[in-house]
Every structure is written in C-alpha cells, then in structure tokens.
Design a protein around this ligand. Structure first.
Ligand SMILES: [Zn+2]
Ligand SMILES: [Zn+2]
Length: 610
C-alpha cells in the first residue's frame, strides 16, 4: 500500500490511520478464523481492509453458499464476544515458515517479505519490512497490523458479510481461482444501516440500468464490447456538456483544435507511448509500403505538433489548445464496465503550454475550473490527490530527471497550498512525464468516482523539441499541463446519471417539456405550444398519442421530464398551461408567456432548480 502524506491542514485523514481501518482489518482476521473452523483443511491467502469494508481470499474444498455466510457471520459474533486480544510478534522468516507450513499462499508471501520489495499482501514495497504475525484466539496471520486491542472493540451489530466472488491468486488468471468473501464493518449499527441503504440506492441509480431505461446509451454485440452507442437522449446530454465546456474554456482563453484519429507509429514513438503504452493501444494497421498506423489512445502528441507548427514567443504564452478528442484504448473485456470502463471515449482534453513563471497561475486556473464544475453539478465532496514520483522508478516508470521531478512537484505543492486547496499526497503514482492531480468525487448518495486528472508534463515538450523564444531572446522549452476536468463523456454521463438518479436539471434534461392535451380537441393548442417552445430552443414535445391523459403523465414521469404542461378547454381559451413539475408540485392556469420565461431562465442560468 502506498504511503500517503497529508500536506495540508484541511486534508482528509488517511484511511490507514483511522479506527475504522483497524476495525475492518481485525474483522477480516476474525472472519478467517471462523472460515478455518468450518474448513480446517482450508487455505488462506490475503485479507486486507478495503474501502467500506474488508475481504479475505480462501482456497476451500467446496463453494460457499449464502447459508455458510450466515453461519460464518454468527461465529464471528461469538469470537467478538470473547474479547480476545490481538498480539503482535516479530518473527524470522524461518519461524514464519514453520508457523505457516500448511499454508502455501502464506509461504509464497513470506518469500516476498524475506527478499524485500513486497508486503504481506504481495504489494510492492520500498524497504525490506520486518516480518510479524498477529494472533487473536486461535488464529494467526502474517500481518503488520494495525488492529484493535481486542475483538470486543468491534461492534457485533455493525458487521455484515456481503457476498462471495471468485478472485485469482495475485490477480493472475493463470493462478488458482480462490473464493473471496466480502464483508463490511462500521462503528455503529446506524452507520451500517446507512451504508446498506446507500448500496440499495446505488443499485437503483446504476447508470447501466437507468441509461437503458432513459434511452441514453446502448451496447450492441455486433458493434463490440466497450463501444457505446449514444441514443438521441445521450446525444443531447453530450451536446450540452460540450457546450458548457466550450463556453468555460472560451472564457478562460482556450482555443479549439481538431486532430485525426489515426497517426503514424513515429508520433507515438516520439511521445514515448510506444512501446510502454502499447498494451493499452489497438494493434497497428499497415498502410502505404509497410508504414504502421495506430488509432490514437490520447490527443496530446497531436496538440504538441500544433504547438510546434509555428514559431512561438513568450508573448504568445500561455497557449491553451482544447479538443473534445475521441480516443480508443484497449481495455481487457473482463475490465469493461458500463460507461465507466470503455474502449472508445471522448475526452474533455486540453493542453496548456506555458513558461515556468506562468505555471502557478495556469495550474490554479485549472483547479478553479474544476471547482466551478463541482458547484454547478452540486458535487459537495471531493478530494484532490497529488501523485508524485519515486526514486526507485527513475528511468523505468518515470522520466530520469530527479531535479525536474522535485522541482515540478514542489511547484504543484506550492500552488495547491497557496490556493488553499485540500489535497493528499501519494508517492509513486505519478504519470511517467510528471506529477499529477487525481480528483475523486462523491455522488449525491456518497458513491465514489475518480473523474479527471490534471497533469504537469516537464518531459514530453522536450521530446517533441517544443520551443519558445523567451524574454532574453533565447530558446526555452515550455511546461505542458494536461487537463480534463469533465473527464470523458462516457465517465461523466455515467457519473451524472447516478448522481441525479436520471432526474437531470432542466438545462441538461434530454426532454425539458412534455405537453399533454386532455382530449383530441386540445391537440392543436398543444402542437402550437410545442412549436413556440422549440422556436426558443426549448426541448419540448407534444404527446399526441392515443393513450389517455393519465397514461401520458406516467410516461413522462418514467422519462423524468422536468416539466409537464397539461392543456384542456380552460387553458386553450385563456392561453395558459397547467404546470406539473417533476417533483409533483403544480401550478394551474399559468400564462404560457410566464412559463416560457421560467424555462428559458432555468436553461440560461443552468439552474439546479425546477
Ligand atoms: Zn492482517
Ligand atoms: Zn495530454
């Protein structure tokens, strides 16, 4: 597990230091004890705490059933009641091998610990760790802790085993498939209840389910996995997002460019994506006398070429090149997930080329843009993570220039601190060309998403020989900031579907107004209103179908249309509408002109209100 350092007073406490982490880690051990009592010949692999809970991987003689989970959970409560202390002992590799002589997975982990470079979960580690075991009651685990003092400190009514899933040993499909039991643990019963409620709510909001129901996107076997087809409603969401991005970027001094989907191999060799990034790229095509072409996994190198296409002076900088570029990345089919993990994506991409002294201002302008989007979408909880390099990776996963790494990391750190932006620092997770900021956001119901990155690049501009003439009349290499606050359309729309549970604010709603005539006699008026609304670019539709009024209202509700206008005799004669909002509130006899002003105002201000 990567070591995290909190750099800012407002930064969140790191998970490993929390009491919940100890509770969950301890619950994993207790669960393993209960499972081994049930299957004395069972083998244990690893069992770390994770977000919201813990898991443990087992190699067992048979498949676990839901009844087994109940029995294991019951036994866990008994163990908890025993108030068994957790005892740590530092051991030699020899002793550890003796203790775990019947546990082949642990023996493999001990090898990693002894050689150094791996922790007790098999994760890469900097230093050579001491080997320690933790024991409570009859169960001993290879473990560095930390744990609660004794099992009685775990609240027996705040734990729950969730499900069993298959997991390969060390995540490698050539290894044996193990059974992974997931559990959750909290401090109080109420917290557990709240969490389970959040999961229920998340299921209802699942973008894969809602996306289908609201006819936003679809997948097709013949098109291929991970290649979403945007339906008309999805097309509107995307257009609105692009419009938003273009307005924001125009105001912030960006210029828009367009680049091809295909390029010669040479471009990605120069950028360094080949060969290092090759496994995320589609295989090359051979064209014109054996020249190899790739479809692009990212837009950066094209923008660099545009920067380089004309001589630049310090007076021209910063130059901000933006493009909603379509990229293609090869994700393994097992890793594809709805709109969140796809093979084709359109990115809210831009590259800012600036001189070093302009860096802080540019970088903070990008952070401010993120925050403006968060306000607009009502994203209240977010965390920025600054990923830095590690000495060990220099020349391997990181560009080999320690001086520049330290310098740019410090620039970012200073910019964030000066701007009073809370952030957490994570060593050894940078991009290969520079430090980056990852943004984690939480949806309305508290589900976590990683949205966008803001990266500083001090290496690639040099590889591309990018230059500008500085004040002294000398050639200088600019810094490049890669940024994508609205992420990709795929990820953003997936997030927004779940965040709003499909009830989009008026400006974003694919259909903003549905007009419902009470009888056929009112169809003409309904169609007239539709026409007037559309003339003002309000997305309105008169439902002139044969169903009864109530069926039409239900239909509009299914699609979460923000406004319904019901029109009958009175409305026709008065030139009014009866407004029903999506939230159920109503306003009868509203002059149509008044409604028109309302809807136009909501759209123009991108208001969150109905
Ligand atoms: Zn442990
Ligand atoms: Zn880029």
């Amino acid at each position: 597990m990567a070591e995290q350092k909190v750099k800012s007073p407002q930064a969140p406490e790191r998970y490993e230091d929390t009491w919940l982490y100890r509770i969950r880690h301890s619950a994993a051990h207790i669960m393993a004890q209960a499972v081994l009592e049930m299957f004395p010949e069972g083998k244990v692999a690893i069992g770390p705490p994770i977000e919201n809970g813990f898991y443990y991987d087992f190699d067992l003689p048979r498949t676990l059933t839901p009844e087994d989970l109940k029995a294991i959970e019951k036994r866990m409560r008994q163990i908890i009641a025993g108030k068994h202390p957790f005892k740590k002992t530092v051991v030699s590799a020899e002793e550890a091998r003796r203790i775990f002589k019947d546990q082949p997975y642990k023996l493999e982990l001990i090898d990693g610990l002894e050689e150094g470079g791996y922790d007790e979960y098999g994760n890469p580690l900097d230093e050579k760790p001491e080997i320690s075991i933790y024991q409570h009651d009859t169960f001993v685990d290879l473990c560095r802790g930390p744990h609660v003092e004794h099992t009685g400190q775990i609240n027996p009514s705040a734990i729950k085993l969730m499900n069993v899933a298959g997991a390969y040993w060390r995540g490698d499909e050539h290894n044996p498939m193990l059974q992974r039991i997931y559990g959750t643990a909290w401090e109080t019963k109420e917290q557990l209840k709240e969490y389970l409620h959040m999961l229920e709510e998340a299921k209802k909001r699942d973008h894969r389910k809602l996306g289908k129901q609201l006819q936003i996107f679809t997948f097709d076997e013949e098109v291929g996995p991970g290649l979403p087809l945007w339906m008309p409603n999805g097309g509107i969401l995307i257009e609105e997002l692009e419009k938003l991005a273009k307005e924001m970027e125009y105001k912030a001094g960006y210029e828009r460019v367009r680049t091809p989907h295909l390029t010669k191999e040479d471009l990605f060799l120069r950028s360094g994506h080949l060969p290092y990034y090759a496994e995320s790229m589609y295989p090359p095509m051979e064209l014109d006398d054996g020249v190899r072409y790739y479809i692009k996994p990212m837009n950066c190198p094209f923008h660099h070429k545009i920067f380089a296409s004309v001589p630049r002076s310090y007076r021209d900088l910063p130059i901000r090149l933006a493009e909603y570029g379509t990229c293609y990345r090869y994700e393994k089919s097992g890793e594809l997930f709805g709109l969140m993990r796809v093979r084709s994506m359109q990115m809210n991409d831009a590259h800012i080329y600036c001189a070093e002294e302009q860096f802080e201002e540019e970088f903070m302008a990008v952070i401010a843009m993120y925050q403006e989007y968060f306000d607009l979408f009502g994203i209240e909880k977010y965390v920025m993570r600054l990923s830095t390099h590690h000495k060990r990776g220099l020349g391997k996963k990181y560009v080999d220039n320690e001086r520049l790494w330290l310098k740019t990391e410090d620039m970012v750190r200073r910019a964030m601190t000066n701007g009073n932006v809370p952030f957490v620092e994570v060593p050894d997770e940078a991009a290969f060309y520079g430090p980056k900021i990852d943004v984690q956001i939480w949806s309305a119901i508290g589900r976590e998403f990683t949205l966008a990155t803001n990266q500083v690049d001090f290496a690639v501009p040099e590889r591309f020989d990018l230059k500008f003439i500085n004040r002294e009349g000398k050639e200088e290499t600019p810094l490049c900031i890669h940024r994508a606050p609205l992420s990709t359309h795929e990820r953003m729309v997936g997030f927004l579907i779940e965040h709003y549970a499909g009830a989009f604010p008026v400006w974003l709603a694919p259909e903003q107004v549905r007009i419902i005539p009470i009888t056929d006699a009112h169809v003409e008026y309904a169609c007239k209103l539709e026409k007037q609304l559309r003339a003002e670019f309000v997305r309105a539709r008169a439902d002139v179908g044969a169903e009864r009024m109530n069926a039409k209202i239900r239909q509009a509700q299914t699609f979460k249309v923000p406004y319904m206008l019901v029109v009958g005799d009175r409305e026709v004669s008065d030139g009014t509408v009866s407004l029903r909002r999506r939230d159920g509130s109503r306003q009868n006899n509203m002059p149509f002109g008044e409604f028109m002003s309302l809807v136009k105002e909501r759209i123009a201000t991108r208001s969150a209100e109905l």
